[in-house]
Design a binder for this molecule. Structure first.
Ligand code: FAD
Length: 356
């Protein structure tokens, strides 16, 4: 059996490794000239960590990630803690913070070790309904083509027709600064804005700062932004946040868009996963974790010859995560009297993994 994976992000590399380990001949096509990710961090929760373990990456994940001890919602204006969710007793692998480039490197290593051929600089312009496509002057006709090609997927419309993404009214700045931070994900909440901070290996801190905006034109495009504008936008935050922002010398900004969760995930030798099937707001840190889960479930469904059921199996869980991330977008940004009640409600937020 031959499988083509379009896209060499977290989801594409994971599915390529998982399917190759089950005996398929896999070729992965990535448009970029090298496998890279933007220079930022990523939180891998125990559900995603289980997939890394299953791909043989448990030791490397322990070596290259930082184990998180807690998620700490904070009042962004006063700097005081609102709640603390202890992560040390979770079932499964630890909740970890990684450099994205380390995660991509680990997954690429797992894919290559499983025999995956990775073709770089290979942009697939179009995919036919039977899953075939042209690349470098040849036509590829695999038994299965997987669209792991992110929010502007060329595979998704073949299975689902065109859809209209919508701007969520939020933009996200991302920066990595040289600083120390405790091993916790801190969510600094304020009316209409929040900042997430967590440590990365090498004495760095990852920052995501989110602000509500009326308009934005380009989806998924990141623009170099002025660190001074970032500091100005968050000037009302507590000294601890302003201290972190004072270290920012390079920053990029994204408009956050949503697409509906795809109705059809697999059919006739074509399948979707990750952001190509369900772009997710980052407020639950689940986009990449869901992509890892998709990769594992897709590989298993393929091996058991029940690919048609893969979407129906995955969609309910994914929809819950997408909705929870959307709800967090509101909870983190409450205004007026609702804000205090909202800060209290954050204490009641459930965790994703069962406790031991
Ligand atoms: P992508 O990472 O988008 O990969 C798609 C790949 O396909 C790319 O390499 C692209 O070059 C390639 N490609 C696209 N089109 C073609 C083509 N036509 N031909 C060939 N190649 C193509 N998620 C978490 O789980 N934890 C977090 O902490 C977290 N933090 C986030 C913070 C922010 C600010 C944002 C915006 C997102 C965050 N996410 C997080 C979400 C996460 O980054 C994404 O959900 C995840 O990267 C999606 O992976 P993917 O493999 O599906 O798609």
């Amino acid at each position: 059996m031959t499988v083509a994976v379009i896209g060499g992000g977290i989801g594409g590399l994971a599915v390529a490794a998982a399917v190759a380990r089950r005996g398929a001949g896999v070729t992965l096509f990535e448009q970029a000239p090298e496998l890279t990710e933007i220079g930022a961090g990523i939180q891998i929760t125990p559900n995603g960590g289980r997939v890394l373990d299953a791909l043989g990456l448990a030791d490397e994940a322990a070596r290259r990630g930082i184990a998180a001890e807690a998620v700490e919602p904070m009042d962004g204006l006063t700097g005081k803690p609102v709640a603390r969710f202890d992560l040390t007793g979770l079932e499964g692998p630890p909740y970890r913070f990684f450099h994205r480039s380390d995660l991509i490197d680990m997954l690429a290593g797992a894919a290559r070790a499983a025999g995956v051929e990775i073709r770089l600089g290979a942009r697939i312009a179009e995919v036919a309904p039977d899953g075939s496509f042209a690349v470098d002057g040849e036509t590829v006709r695999p038994d299965l083509t997987v669209g792991a090609d992110g929010i502007r997927s060329v595979v998704r419309p073949v299975l689902n027709g065109a859809d209209t993404p919508f701007f969520t009214g939020q933009v996200a700045w991302r920066a990595v600064v040289a600083a120390e931070a405790p091993p916790a994900a801190r969510i600094w909440m304020a009316p209409g804005q929040h900042v997430v901070s967590y440590p990365l290996p090498g004495g760095r801190v990852n920052l995501v700062a989110v602000q509500e905006r009326r308009e934005w034109t380009e989806e998924g495009w990141h623009h170099a932004a002025d660190p001074g504008d970032l500091r100005h936008a968050f000037r009302h935050f507590s000294g601890r946040v302003r201290g972190l922002l004072s270290h920012v010398d390079r920053v990029r900004v994204w408009g956050l868009f949503r697409h509906p969760v795809a109705g059809t995930w697999a059919r006739d030798g074509l399948a979707l996963l990750g952001d190509a099937a369900h772009p997710t707001l980052p407020f639950l840190a689940q986009g990449a974790n869901l992509a890892l889960e998709d990769a594992w479930c897709l590989a298993r469904a393929w091996e058991e010859d029940r690919l048609d059921g893969y979407g129906a199996d995955r969609a309910p869980r994914v929809r819950r995560a997408v909705a929870a991330a959307e709800a967090n977008a509101r909870n983190y940004h409450l205004r007026g009297p609702a804000r205090l009640a909202g800060l209290g409600a954050v204490k009641a937020v459930g965790l994703l993994a069962p406790r031991r």
